[in-house]
Write a protein that binds this ligand. Structure first.
Ligand code: BGC
Length: 747
């Protein structure tokens, strides 16, 4: 390189580094100088998140006065721009607004519900889907979404299980962080990047009895080991904001919970973003019976570390007098304002308050294609006797039956404020296209109006089944049966869907059931009526074409369950990573109540931990899912037999596609800490890989797991990796049988 060129490059590098240094200093300074110029009213204004639908409040007037920090649920792009203009041009300091919306699994292009997306075990896909959601949401000027939800949940009665990634802490952490990256991109200020809001901090998914908003009681070590890591993963991934939960934890509502907010999030984790309450959850401190009045609720929430109040006006009305009475300090208000301004800066709103993407990209073919890929990867094949699926080429007549075959609204799932059924392709529509192309006769009978319909005249459906070589029965739950405040105590198929299957089964025709639902349904009562079961969840806009590709064998199913499927609701909570207990049940120790002799002596059937009627196992365990192919795991080797606490264990194994079709297998590695100073779960997912294998192909798969991933909180609440023996399980679900052991040593 010539000397002059070298000097030029050097100078340019130095100059740009200096400029960057100056810029970041300027940014900080401008937050500080802004803060210095703000009146108390303007500061309190920044802490207000107003609902765009509020009619008894003059939003325009308040925006102009600088009394509003952010607005949610305004989706008219002209109105968004108008409000932003008022904030930027008419308010004294010109501080831009944030515009928020619940874009949970897509804006207009709707992806499968998060629980379904978790079946893909595919963080790249999940990140891309979040990116698409952000790009679409940003097309009307939105710059903040209330997602991802990373509430680990072990109770499928809870309606909001649909919104999270299931029962596993590690999987939830990986996918939650991927979503944050997708929404925020590599630079929040770019058009198409929006602020993420990880929620609901914390342990909201542990509501007693699976009833939404209910009390949560979780010991601190379990809170730290099971429920908090996904939040940590998302804040580490840079989530600009975090939302408190509605529930109380161990007697203290999350929104006023100093331990959760001040001690852990803002203290231990040193979180730099801002905390927003959930809808009216500041005011609800009074309803909880924790704060005596709204003023006390405002004091408790702000002091705990909740920076912005959603929907209600306790901060607005009470902070000023609280300050004058020394109930709170100005430092608390300043800290909250500083954090909010910083995120607005990061979003680039001071430079580009009207930042938007091109509306043309909404519902683009590429976006729909990604939604289809996501829906394909979300479906889990639970049962497939006699190779009922894929539909054989010899089949001439197919009966499509059931209330959810042609229900484009229902397939979208919960939280689709902006999705529209007219943009969704149903299974019936997609199957009809396939049938025409392949000269297959298709007969359609809805049989039931909807999933809750209680009618029992199935004569037309039975007649249709009688004429067909194969019955495809589309059952499940409408989208309104899951989601916020939509918990169920009975999670069987609702309405008379059970009876429908029973009647269809009497025809003797092979039946493949396609279940679309927002939660695991207890399928045991209908298991014998179906030859095959494809669990399709609520798969979003492109669920129909995705399901059709799977049913017809264009692609093999690859999804695996992110949550255990109980046999009966009475088994809940049932999750794979439970503790061993002192009297664990085994195959031999379990005696079903019908097999107990009359007047048996109390101890004659053994004392182990099981139910007399439903045993101790789920119907389908975590990680389970079939394919049209089969896989063989072999040759597990650990590269090390002993590792130090700072090191990693490397394992490898051979994975072979032993079937006749190309397919993807999600290989899973679980680890059990055999003995601990506190009892440890029987196993925990520690790594996974999606592996594509051609028919007959085998690959050597390697996984490297740092010892730090095996840490837990001991009795002194220290996060520790303990020395001792660890057992590795590798396989295609949580019942993985291939094992090896290694030791962690104290160096
Ligand atoms: C939900 C949140 C949501 C918020 C704003 C609340 O009812 O719990 O998840 O983000 O509303 O719509």
């Amino acid at each position: 390189m010539c000397k002059r060129l070298f000097i030029l490059i050097l100078l340019t590098t130095i100059t740009s580094a200096t400029v960057m240094g100056q810029k970041s200093q300027e940014m900080d300074n401008s937050v500080e100088s802004l803060l210095a110029r703000m009146t108390l009213e303007e500061k309190i204004g920044q802490l207000a998140l107003r609902n765009g639908w509020t009619y008894n409040y003059d939003i325009d007037e308040n925006v102009k006065k600088g009394n509003v920090g952010a607005i949610l649920n305004e989706t008219n792009p002209e109105r968004i721009a108008q409000l932003q203009k008022m904030a930027v041009e008419d308010s004294r300091l010109g501080i831009p607004l944030m515009f928020a919306r619940d874009v949970i699994h897509g804006y207009k292009t709707i992806f499968p519900i998060p629980l379904a997306m978790a079946c893909s075990f595919d963080e790249v896909l999940v990140e891309k889907a979040a990116r698409v959601s952000a790009m679409e949401a940003a097309s009307i000027g939105l710059n903040w979404t209330y997602s991802p939800m990373v509430d680990v949940c072990r109770d499928p009665r809870w309606g909001r299980i649909a919104e999270g990634f299931g029962e596993d802490t590690w999987l939830t952490s990986v996918l939650g962080a991927a979503m944050v990256r997708g929404y925020q991109g590599d630079d929040l200020s770019k058009p198409g990047s929006i602020a993420a809001c990880v929620k609901h901090y914390a342990a909201y998914g542990a509501a007693e009895g699976g009833r939404d908003y209910n009390t949560v009681t979780v010991p601190e070590n379990e809170l730290r080991d099971v429920f908090l890591p996904p939040f940590k993963a998302c804040t580490d991934a840079g989530s600009a904001t975090i939302m408190t939960a509605f529930n109380e934890i161990n007697g203290i509502p999350a929104t006023g919970n100093e331990f959760l907010l001040k001690t852990i999030l803002l203290g231990e984790w040193n979180y730099p973003g801002f905390v927003v309450s959930d809808w009216a959850s500041v005011e609800q401190l009074v309803v909880h019976g924790y704060s005596e009045n709204r003023k006390e609720a405002a004091r408790a929430s702000l002091s705990a570390g909740c920076h912005m109040e959603m929907a209600t006006t306790c901060y607005d009305e009470e902070l000023k007098s609280l300050l004058s009475e020394n109930g709170i300090s100005i430092e608390m208000i300043d800290d909250a304002v500083r954090r909010i301004l910083k995120i607005k800066k990061d979003l680039g709103l001071f430079e580009n308050p009207y930042k938007k993407t091109d509306p043309e990209l909404v519902l683009s073919d590429d976006h729909k294609q990604l939604a289809k890929e996501a829906a394909i990867k979300s479906c889990v094949l639970l049962k497939n006797s006699n190779q009922t699926l894929p539909i054989s080429k010899t089949i001439k007549t197919v009966a499509v039956i059931g209330p959810l075959a042609d229900a484009p609204h229902e397939q979208l799932g919960t939280w689709i404020f902006d999705g529209n059924k007219k943009d969704a392709v149903s299974s019936l529509a997609a199957l009809q296209e396939w049938a025409t192309q392949n000269k297959v006769e298709l007969i359609y009978e809805r049989a039931l109006k909807n999933s809750r319909d209680l009618s029992v005249d199935f004569s037309e459906a039975v007649e249709a089944a009688g004429k067909a070589d194969l019955v495809l029965c589309f059952l499940g739950e409408e989208s309104i049966l899951s989601g916020e405040s939509h918990s169920r105590a009975d999670i069987n198929l609702p309405g008379s869907q059970h009876q429908l299957l029973e009647e269809l089964n009497k025809t003797g025709k092979p039946i493949a059931a396609i279940i679309q639902a927002g939660r695991p349904i207890t399928l045991e009562p209908v298991l014998d009526y179906c030859d095959a079961i494809l669990y399709a969840w609520h798969g979003g806009s492109m669920a129909g074409p995705a399901i059709t590709d799977l049913l017809t064998g264009k692609v093999a199913p690859s999804g695996k369950l992110p949550v255990s499927f109980p046999r009966h609701v009475g088994q809940i909570p049932i999750h794979y990573n439970h503790k061993r207990g002192g009297k664990p049940a085994t195959e031999q120790s379990f005696v079903h109540m019908n097999d107990i002799p009359e007047e048996a002596a109390q101890l004659s059937v053994g004392n182990t931990s099981h139910y007399l009627d439903y045993g101790y196992k789920p119907l389908y365990t975590f990680g389970y899912g079939l394919s049209y192919s089969t896989f063989e795991y072999s040759k597990l080797e650990l590269h090390e037999s002993k590792i130090g606490k700072e090191q990693s264990i490397t394992l490898q194994f051979e994975l072979k596609n032993t079937g006749t079709v190309d397919a993807v297998e999600i290989a899973q590695c679980y680890i059990q800490d055999l003995f601990g100073s506190r009892t440890r779960p029987v196993k925990e997912l520690k790594d996974f890989k999606r592996v594509h294998l051609k028919a007959g192909e085998s690959k050597i798969i390697r996984m490297e797991i740092p010892a730090s991933r095996l840490a837990f909180h001991n009795q002194r609440m220290e996060q520790v990796v303990e020395a001792g023996t660890f057992k590795v399980y590798v396989g295609g679900n949580a019942n993985a049988q291939m094992t090896a052991e290694f030791e962690i040593i104290t160096k």
